[in-house]
Every structure is written in C-alpha cells, then in structure tokens.
Design a protein around this ligand. Structure first.
Ligand code: GTP
Ligand code: MG
Ligand code: ZN
Length: 313
C-alpha cells in the first residue's frame, strides 16, 4: 500500500492509504537514514511511504519516497540528535506571540535560518494581537512586522480569539502543506481549530506563574485542510531552536539581508566578527541591519564554533 504518514508518536506511525483513505498503524522495518545526520525519527509526518500490511491490519513502512524537502530541529544546541519536524512542506508557519508568551527574536531568527537552509518558504504568523492593547505594544508589533517584511518574509497578523486575520491566513495557506511550529502556548492548535471547523484539538491556558505554555500537544499530526490537497501539521511546542550544524561561512547565507550586504566586505571569507572592512558590521552600526538579527547570527556562529570544539577534542 502507498500512503501518507499523518501521525508520529515515538516509533509509531499512522499512515493514510492514499487510495482508500483508511488509516493503518505502522512501525518501521529496516534502516532509513539521512546522510550524515542522526535523527530520533527516521520517518516523519508528511512522508509518502510504502507499507506492507499484516493480516491484523497493522503494517510496516518498508520504503520512503524521495522527499521534496524536510525541516529538522536539533533537540538542543549540545545535542547530537536531530528531529525531523516534517517532510514535503510547502510553508513553514512560525506562530509567534509578543505577549503571553513572548517569543524571543533569537528563536524567530533561528527558525528562519533553518527554513532557509532547507529551502522551505516561511510565514511568520503573529497571533494574539488582541492582547496588544497599549500603544507601546502596538508599536512593537509594527516594528516586528516591518523588520521581517523588509527582509522579505511574509508576515501575517491575527487573533484566534477574535477571528481577526484568520480569513487572510486561510487564503495564504489554501491548498498547501503547512507546518505549524513555535513555542508552547502561542496558539498553534487553537489556530488550526479555527481553520478546520469541527476539529477540536486539545488546547490549554498558559501558566500564570511562568507566562509560558504547558506543552499541551505532545505529538505531530497532520489534518486535512481542504480537498484541494491542503494539510495543516500541528506539532508540540518547542523551547529553543537548536539549528543544524552549519559551517561558519555558511551561516550568513541563511540571513538574506546579511548575505546581500556581505558582498561589500573586504574579504570574501569575512565572518563579520572582527575583520577590517566589514560591510555587515558597518550596516549594523548604521541600523541598516537590525541589531537583534545580527545578535542571532552571532549566536548561531557560536554554535558552529562549539561543533568544531567538540570535533577537535
Ligand atoms: N487572547 C488570546 N488567546 C489565545 C489566542 N490564540 C490562542 N489563545 C490561547 O492560548 C492558549 C494556548 O493555546 P494552544 O493552542 O494550546 O497553544 P499551542 O501553541 O498549541 O501550545 P502547545 O500545544 O503546548 O505547543 C489557550 O488558552 C488559547 O485559548 C489569541 O489569539 N488570543
Ligand atoms: Mg498545541
Ligand atoms: Zn563582513
């Protein structure tokens, strides 16, 4: 049977038969590995697979179709193991909130850099705008939206609570396979419930004490969004976003605005940290590149250094 992996819990997978629409509980048979990367899950939600069905209706995944793309997250910066969030994604929707909880710019930038590295289009979905009542909060919203739009990212503003911006989001995602990712409590499952009436995914109020989500969604699952082939993938909230190992000189490639300006650096292999004649650091000083973006760039560069350190000792 040929099917689509729609759910992944630990080493168990649910595969939807593409011909009949029936679901089959599967395990993986044999070894599937991504070249050079250790992953916690060899098969991911969004994979097209071949299943050998047993007499009792369960099955074994025996082959994976070549992936159009996939997006990977390291469990933490020090972890060697990576987790494939999803495969064959058209849009990676990063759900962020400015308040309750507050998504850090480092988190946003690490996610965007990873999407760039894998060639996956990203959409920044700023949710819970109903909570931004003060003028100061509204100004912050404008500034964040302006920053990422000026780099070239698509930014959508919305409130799952009031419904504002939901129809626009629906239009942007129509007919596409969409991965929803972000910190716990930003409203990923709530948004998917808004977009697919009747779905009723579990959602939970964030913690008053910590002002963070309580990790309500515990596994990845994709839900049919429209008959035109649209799917929405809900995933568990993540704390940090460990990027995959990148070479030092590669990191700037995944920050489009830094990459564009780096053409004017004196040295072709400039890392924009200490070299003379660095156009990027000039641009940061003159506020042509945002200080928060540059800080995120440096934080990923540090990870790259750590990798080298580990390898050398
Ligand atoms: N005020 C307001 N609250 C919202 C909005 N969207 C979601 N919430 C609330 O935020 C809380 C967390 O929402 P969830 O959908 O469970 O968040 P999640 O991102 O799926 O969290 P995890 O599954 O833990 O990763 C719930 O109490 C929602 O009702 C919004 O636009 N405005
Ligand atoms: Mg959830
Ligand atoms: Zn430079």
């Amino acid at each position: 049977m040929k099917g689509l992996v729609i759910r992944n819990t630990g080493s168990r997978y649910v595969v939807r038969d593409l011909a009949t629409g029936e679901e089959c509980a599967c395990a993986v048979k044999g070894k599937f590995r991504l070249k050079g990367i250790r992953t916690t899950n060899p098969v991911a939600v969004g994979d097209y697979v071949t299943v050998s069905v047993n007499d009792d209706g369960t099955g074994y995944i025996t082959a994976i179709e070549p992936r159009k793309n996939y997006i990977i997250r390291r469990a933490s910066n020090l972890s060697k193991e990576s987790h494939i969030l999803a495969a064959n994604v058209d849009v990676a929707v990063l759900v962020v909130t400015l308040l309750h909880p507050t998504t850090s710019t480092t988190f946003i930038d690490r996610f965007l850099a990873t999407a760039e590295a894998y060639g996956v289009k990203a959409l920044i979905a700023i949710n819970k705008i109903d909570l931004l009542e003060d003028e100061e909060d509204r100004e912050l919203l404008d500034a964040v939206a302006y920053l990422y739009r000026s780099i070239g990212y698509d930014v959508a503003l919305m409130s799952a609570e009031t419904g504002e911006g939901i129809e626009e989001l629906r239009r942007k995602l129509a007919g596409k396979i969409c991965l929803f990712s972000g910190n716990s409590g930003v409203g990923k499952s709530t948004l998917i419930n808004c977009l697919i009436p009747g779905l009723d995914l579990k959602t939970e109020e964030i913690s008053d004490v910590h002002d963070t989500g309580v990790h309500t969604t515990t596994f990845s699952e994709m839900y049919e969004f429209s008959e035109a082939g649209g799917w929405l993938i809900d995933t568990p909230g993540v704390r940090g976003f460990g990027t995959i190992e990148m070479e030092r000189h590669e990191v700037a490639h995944y920050f489009p605005e830094i990459f564009r300006i780096s053409a004017d650096c004196r040295y072709g292999d400039c890392t924009h940290t200490h070299e003379p004649g660095c156009a990027v650091r000039d641009a940061v000083e003159n506020s042509l590149i945002s200080a928060s973006r540059f800080a995120s760039y440096l934080s990923i560069l540090e990870d790259a250094d750590e990798g080298k350190y580990r390898k050398a000792f």
